[in-house]
Write a protein that binds this ligand. Structure first.
Ligand SMILES: C[S@@+](CC[C@H](N)C(=O)[O-])C[C@H]1O[C@@H](n2cnc3c(N)ncnc32)[C@H](O)[C@@H]1O
Length: 267
């Protein structure tokens, strides 16, 4: 799988350069072309991105990018939302605080590896009271009223303690990564790595920065590749990462979930 957060248009110019919103699509397409080439047919590309506001209006380069990537051969399979639970309050004259980012899921084929059971969540106490009194509709498959072909049978979920999550992830940003000003929280790649890969698979981050994706992938017994234009980041990740030898056909490992053991240093 490929998991990455590229530089956003015109942001963080002071740290690692910015690309003008009008040039963003042309800048990104040669990169996504190579990503399409190297991704396995059953693999998934997850792109964490958010358009900024320019002169009082949201830029549309993310939308344009989706359209162009589809022409390039990508399927735009899904969009996840990362809700930043701890985004700081603020006051703007014509909008509210930005508290979410997009995670665009692209694939090469309609059939791709997805391990949904790995990200199931506790069903929650609401279910106990909801399942106590099931209506007749709850006991049979209730087809969607909008003709989408989807339906639900509520009674199938009685006595289960886990349910599938939604496509909205509620995660806090991490403020303790002093190495990189735009690092995402470890829980973000972790969730997608669980969903789209197995132990021993390979995860690529072509804009790896402080190497969050690589550190998480390694903790989860996945191989990983990180690329960054700045040697400083490459050196940092290379120095911190501790290569592990995995034996062929090794049974699955238990791994610790989100234990922030990474150093915060350098800058
Ligand atoms: C948003 S940051 C990634 C942060 C990373 N997810 C983390 O957790 O630290 C984007 C990274 O892309 C790198 N970058 C910018 N232009 C690049 C390019 N053309 N090729 C590769 N890396 C690039 C920047 O140096 C920066 O580290």
């Amino acid at each position: 799988m490929i998991f990455t957060s590229p530089p956003y248009a015109d942001q963080r110019k002071s740290t690692y350069g910015g690309i003008h919103p009008n040039e963003y699509v042309n800048w990104f397409l040669p990169i996504s072309k190579e990503l399409l080439r190297v991704l396995k047919p059953t693999g998934t590309f997850v792109l964490n991105i958010k358009e900024k506001v320019v002169k009082g209006e949201r830029s549309i380069y993310v939308m344009e990018l989706i359209l162009e990537m589809r022409k390039q051969g990508w399927l735009w399979t899904e969009e996840f939302i990362w809700h930043k639970k701890n985004s700081y309050p603020g006051k703007w004259p014509n909008r509210f605080r930005d508290a979410w980012e997009r995670l665009l899921q692209f694939n090469k084929n309609k059939k791709f590896n997805m391990y949904q059971e790995e990200v199931m969540v506790p069903i929650g106490d609401w279910a106990k009271s909801r399942f106590k009194k099931l209506s007749d509709t709850d006991k049979r498959r209730d087809e969607s009223k909008v003709g989408s072909g989807f339906g639900k049978n509520i009674s199938n979920w009685v006595d289960r303690d886990k349910a599938y999550p939604t496509n909205v992830l509620h995660l806090s940003t991490e403020c303790n990564n002093k190495k990189h000003s735009a690092a995402f929280p470890e829980a973000l790649p972790e969730w997608f790595i669980k969903l789209f890969t197995k132990q021993g698979d390979t995860v690529l981050d072509p804009f790896t920065g402080s190497g969050t994706t690589n550190f998480v992938a390694q903790r989860m017994y996945r191989h990983s590749i990180g690329i960054d234009i700045y040697k400083e980041y490459y050196d940092y990740v290379k120095k911190q990462i501790d290569p592990k030898k995995l034996v062929l056909f090794e049974p699955n490992h238990e791994y610790d979930s989100i234990k922030n053991t990474r150093p915060n240093s350098i800058r």
